[in-house]
Design a binder for this molecule. Structure first.
Ligand SMILES: NC(=O)C1=CN([C@@H]2O[C@H](COP(=O)(O)OP(=O)(O)OC[C@H]3O[C@@H](n4cnc5c(N)ncnc54)[C@H](OP(=O)(O)O)[C@@H]3O)[C@@H](O)[C@H]2O)C=CC1
Ligand SMILES: CCCCCCCCCCCCCCCC(=O)OCC(=O)COP(=O)(O)O
Length: 319
């Protein structure tokens, strides 16, 4: 009898309190997500978005994602033919729901900082202003520190660090003047941890993280946003195009790269991070994320693991 009364009370409580509370929360959550989506759509539609390294991999997928979101694209690359093909590919995509725009290609080499400044001028002349700059282009590296010539370290730093910061500096004054703009840096998990045989690449990405963290603090007063994206492995040509200790092309599709996340998935994360004005995002699997925490919480253990990884890799390569 006592048990039946208790059960009845519990059912009353469930139907009068728990269920309405659950549906109410779900409704508020759905409304919140809808408002977030609408705000993001408005932010990206008609925005002038500059993407470097648009000719391949993540940059190409970002171009597709931002084009579909209705942004006015400036596609940057070294190869004018590849850029033309991408413009044609994007223009061929029919989008009946959104007003899309023909992208504007700009050809320059990021490792030549003089051409970077000219490119920024060309962009501002053609489009008037830049709303979002996505510093995506980059190259990776494979080699031991002892065998690597300083010219190789410099080449990686020019492409991954000095080029992007030169472009950022060239576009920043116009953003400050308008008190509007958003700068994105595609860094890497290797901007947070260093793994053996990646010295030049990891150094360039750590520098990227540091520079754009400083920038974020300095430009907040002008309402300019800075987003640093740190992906883990992505299925692109990065390992194929990586340079080695003597400056030659590595030319191997690494297993880690081939088994990484797809570039389209990561591009969607970039789009959402920009749309939601996130300060930083780590887009990686469990092990790289744990490695980042381990580096900060228990550095000695992390260093031991990296040293044994170096020994193992050396053994495999027989050097
Ligand atoms: N793939 C991965 O596992 C990861 C990649 N990243 C980062 O993502 C970004 C994009 O790389 P991803 O798409 O993977 O690799 P890809 O090699 O596929 O693309 C790199 C892009 O950068 C361009 N680029 C390289 N050097 C220069 C230069 N000197 N001047 C102008 N453009 C240049 C390339 O142009 P071109 O076609 O002319 O060679 C290409 O468009 C990089 O910053 C990379 O560090 C971060 C974490 C993981
Ligand atoms: C408590 C458990 C801790 C487990 C952590 C153990 C440490 C394991 C090491 C894992 C290293 C992950 C490295 C990830 C590197 C990465 O994702 O890099 C992305 C890139 O930029 C790829 O460029 P690359 O040229 O190197 O292909």
């Amino acid at each position: 009898m006592w048990k039946t009364v208790q059960k009845g009370k519990l059912m009353d409580f469930t139907s009068t309190v728990i269920i309405p509370l659950l549906f109410g929360s779900l409704g508020i959550f759905a409304l919140f997500r809808l408002l977030q989506w609408m705000r993001m759509r408005a932010y990206l539609q008609e925005a002038v978005v500059v993407i470097t390294g648009a000719t391949s991999g993540l940059g190409k997928e970002c171009a597709k994602a931002f084009h579909a979101a209705g942004s006015k694209l400036v596609l940057c690359g070294r190869d004018s033919e590849k850029l033309k093909e991408l413009v044609q590919e994007l223009c061929a995509v029919k989008n009946h729901r959104k007003n899309t725009h023909e992208p504007h290609p700009v050809v320059f080499d990021l490792s030549d900082t003089k051409t970077v400044v000219n490119a920024a001028e060309e962009i501002l002349k053609a489009l008037g202003h830049v709303d979002i700059l996505i510093n995506n282009a980059g190259i990776s590296f494979r080699g031991t520190i002892v065998d690597t010539g300083l010219d190789v370290d410099k080449k990686v730093m020019e492409t991954n660090y000095f080029g992007p910061i030169a472009l950022t500096k060239a576009l920043l004054p116009s953003m400050i003047k308008r008190r509007q703009g958003h700068i994105v840096a595609i860094s890497s998990v290797q901007g947070k941890i260093s793994i053996p045989f990646r010295s030049a690449y990891a150094a360039s990405k750590h520098a990227t993280q540091a520079f754009f963290d400083c920038l974020r603090a300095e430009v907040e007063q002008y309402d300019i946003e800075v987003t640093v994206v740190s992906p883990g492995y992505i299925q692109t040509n990065l390992s194929l195009n990586a340079i080695t200790a003597d400056g030659s092309r590595y030319g191997v599709m690494d297993k880690t790269t081939a088994e990484g996340q797809t570039a389209a998935e990561v591009a969607q994360v970039v789009l959402n991070a920009v749309g939601q004005k996130k300060k930083e995002v780590l887009v990686a699997g469990l092990t790289p994320c744990l490695a980042v925490y381990l580096r900060n919480l228990c550095p000695r253990l992390f260093f031991t693991l990296m040293a044994s990884r170096a020994k193992k890799e050396r053994k495999v390569k027989g050097s």
